[in-house]
Design a protein around this ligand. Sequence first.
Ligand code: DQA
Length: 150
Amino acid sequence: MKKILVLNGPNLNLLGERDPFLYGSKTLDAIERDLAELAMKLGVEIECFQSNHEGSLIDKIHEERKYCHGIIINPGALTHYSYALRDAIEAVGIPTVEVHLSDIFSREEWRRKSVISDVALKVIAGKGPDGYLIALEELYDYIEGKNAQD
Ligand code: DQA
């Protein structure tokens, strides 16, 4: 069975209470439960991991590099400056979809730039919690070779 790693970066553990207007009222637990349900339907294994620490996210990517076939990542604010996280994704060469709950491209100037996106298959932003589900479906199709355009 194929395995997909779902990573969430700094402050995403506060989903539900953190600025619900921007990020919605769903908790990370609820998002992960929905992902687990979809994963079961698709017949893939998922592992979810959240950390407020850049190095822990990088360690997780390194640890899982031999076992996972795809990564879904919302790097939080690391999106905008973590070349180390970007390099980790590039180094392991695992197909990665970048997700943002909010539309980073229509927010503050500094949020419009992602240093991760050039190593991601795709960026899904502004779709709220559904973005994670869309990412899982698209990553699954990609991994299973069902998406001719990729
Ligand atoms: C975010 C957008 C980032 O700019 C922000 O720092 C976050 C969440 C999003 O999901 O919209 O923590 O990645």
